[in-house]
Design a protein around this ligand. Structure first.
Ligand SMILES: [Zn+2]
Length: 226
């Protein structure tokens, strides 16, 4: 845990600054003190590894009074510097909170809560720093027992990576069951780059619109077998 002062601007990591976590509610700074768990910042930085363009911290640290001002009990994860309410952007557009929560679950946040269409709460509770070690929920429905945010979002790792345009990590291998066109984009209407021969084994990096991302481009999912 690290404590900072609002008066003193400090860059905490590549993308985050201490003031982004300040105890501000409705424009009011409740205290100069800013508590930020270092692991929280490290984990937030990981969103950028997956092609996220921007992560806005709507609320980070909140002292007891600030936490109560937003309807909290004054003891939540925000009061311990463990949490951030965020909106994540890709190509300038906010991602749906379900997509953000699914990615947060892959990154390894122990506390994740959907708070609105684009708003997502993430925290790094571990049972020692907080009353419970795990909470995955949806505040918009009151569901506090989400087992898999990928399932909850109707995504697989492959379709999530496709949504994010993240093509670095091999997900599985698949073999062409017939000769198939390799498209520039996951869209039959786009130009064909080359062709993949029947029987060729390929690494698959993502899925989108019924297409698989292979190193050379996009091929129809139905033309390959895992
Ligand atoms: Zn929160």
């Amino acid at each position: 845990m690290a404590a900072y002062s609002y008066k003193k601007n400090k860059q905490l990591s590549k993308h985050f600054n201490n003031r982004e976590f300040a105890s501000i509610v409705n424009g009011q700074l409740y205290t100069d003190r800013i508590l930020v768990n270092k692991k929280l910042v490290t984990m937030l930085e990981k969103f950028f590894d997956y092609g996220i363009g921007t992560v806005i911290v709507l609320s980070g640290y909140r002292n007891t009074a600030a936490d109560r001002a937003v309807g909290g009990d004054g003891y939540g994860a925000h009061t311990k510097g463990l949490a951030a309410d965020i909106v994540a952007y890709k190509n300038g557009k906010p991602l749906s909170s379900k997509v953000v929560a699914a990615l947060a679950s892959l990154i390894g946040f122990s506390g994740i809560g959907i708070t609105g269409p684009t708003g997502c709460h993430v925290d790094v509770r571990d049972g020692k720093n907080y009353k419970n070690a795990h909470w995955w929920g949806d505040e918009t429905t009151g569901n506090n027992y989400i087992k898999s945010f990928l399932n909850y979002a109707g995504l697989t790792r492959a379709t999530l990576y496709g949504t994010l345009g993240y093509y670095k990590k091999k997900l599985y291998s698949a073999t062409a069951i017939r000769q198939t066109p390799i498209y520039y984009l996951p869209n039959k209407g786009t130009a064909i780059k080359s062709r993949l021969k029947k029987g060729k084994k390929q690494k698959v990096y993502a899925e989108k619109n019924g297409f698989l991302k292979i190193s050379a481009g996009w091929v129809l999912k139905s033309d390959l077998k895992k």
